[in-house]
Design a protein around this ligand. Structure first.
Ligand code: PHE
Length: 386
């Protein structure tokens, strides 16, 4: 907060002195040749979910670099202005305000975590600056308003995918759900999973809670053990999910644990080790997919980022930047209202994560994939069509 207000004062002073000294010579108008098109990115580049932000950032950078190498958009280069929210609540609002008012970005890309997208969305909506979340799946994100888009599926679908997977593939009928009450994503996904699992005749024997950053889950897992369930649904993020798997095994709970896209990060295996073997989660894409769109992307990403294999966050972030560039081209302008209208008209855009059409609710409809952990690595299990 302190940092921002000081920066704002400096920015104001700069504007004032410019105005006094050379008021007859305004900055080049937006749209003139030579200047860049500024695109803002807000991401958890450090902190608890750094894996999300890092991965997402690499996908975004790759897309922007490719677009610029191909001549840019509307004859201008794209300039990515990235800010780190350190995975902390409150920070996304601060940095997004700064990106809009000080850097004058024409659109925002972010965030991965729904709670952080939900912080930024009202700010973008009020400023009429389009925002595209690559991978936030909570429905409320795009419900904020008509300037807020996403290029991924939403949790009512993801919850159904895992409820059906538990019933049909794992063949379990009695489960426990362990929800992070401080995460909008977790609360939503728990609800959609529970509704579907119960509707299909399954039993939710008990629901237990935790909060982001918790490290000790013994009390919840002891209660779950006493309930005699056949599986545990953990709609959370990778750090807590890995610790929950470990502590479940320590308590002698040898039933499957499974979750959603929030599990996706190399740290799930690094922290969880043997405890996450045989666990499952749903996500947006698999780098094992042999379609040309995916193999081409995987190859380019590895080349750019030291041989690293792109995960779902990287693919969706790449797609979010590509969808934005396509909309700016079709709009023929960087003006918020025009870019917004072009984004809303996005239809059958050939993206890495699948063909992207933005519906009337500004969401995409895409297949999910289920992944397991085997031999210390992620393995594709199945694709689930919408
Ligand atoms: N969907 C998650 C959320 O909304 C974020 C996420 C996306 C995590 C993709 C991992 C992979 O919070």
């Amino acid at each position: 907060m302190h940092k921002l207000s000081r920066r704002s004062v400096l920015a104001l002073l700069a504007v004032c002195s410019l105005g006094l000294g050379s008021c007859s010579k305004p900055a080049a108008p937006a749209g003139s040749a030579g200047d860049t098109i500024k695109v803002g990115e807000f991401a958890s580049l450090t902190g608890k979910e750094a894996a999300f932000g890092q991965s997402s950032h690499k996908g975004t950078v790759l897309a922007i670099e490719e677009l610029n190498a191909a001549g840019g958009v509307l004859g201008r280069k794209l300039e990515l202005v990235s800010e780190d929210n350190q995975s902390k609540p409150g920070e996304s609002a601060t940095i997004v305000k700064k990106l809009i008012s000080r850097d004058k970005v024409v659109a925002l890309l972010g965030e991965v975590a729904s709670s952080r997208s939900l912080e930024a969305a009202p700010i973008c909506q009020a400023a009429r600056i389009p925002m595209i979340s690559p991978s936030s799946t909570n429905p409320a994100v795009t419900e904020t308003g008509d300037y807020i888009f996403r290029v991924c599926f939403i949790d009512p679908f993801q919850g159904v995918v895992m409820a059906k997977f538990a019933k049909d593939t794992l063949k379990i009928r009695k489960v426990a759900v362990l929800t992070s009450v401080s995460s909008a994503y977790s609360v939503g996904l728990a609800k959609y999973f529970t509704e579907r699992f119960a509707k299909d005749g399954g039993t939710i024997a008990l629901e237990q809670k935790y909060s982001e950053g918790d490290k000790d889950f013994k009390a919840q897992l002891t209660a779950i053990k006493a309930a005699g369930v056949e599986g545990i649904f953990v709609p959370g993020y990778y750090t807590e999910a890995a610790l929950i798997c470990k502590q479940a095994r320590d308590l002698g709970l040898n039933i499957p644990l499974f979750g959603g896209d929030g599990w996706e990060a190399p740290q799930l295996i690094e922290i969880g080790g043997a405890a996450v073997e045989g666990c499952y989660y749903s996500t947006h894409y698999s780098p094992e997919n042999q379609s040309p769109a995916v193999t081409n992307f995987v190859q380019k990403f590895k080349q750019r980022w030291n041989g690293e294999t792109p995960d779902a966050m990287a693919a969706l972030a790449y797609d979010s930047a590509s969808v934005l560039a396509d909309a700016i081209k079709r709009a023929g302008s960087t003006e918020g209202a025009k870019v917004r209208a072009a984004l809303a008209a996005t239809k059958d855009f050939a993206a890495v994560s699948g063909n992207t059409t933005l519906d009337a609710q500004r969401n995409a409809t895409k297949s999910a994939v289920v992944v397991t952990i085997k031999g210390g690595a992620f393995k594709f299990v199945e694709t689930v069509a919408p």
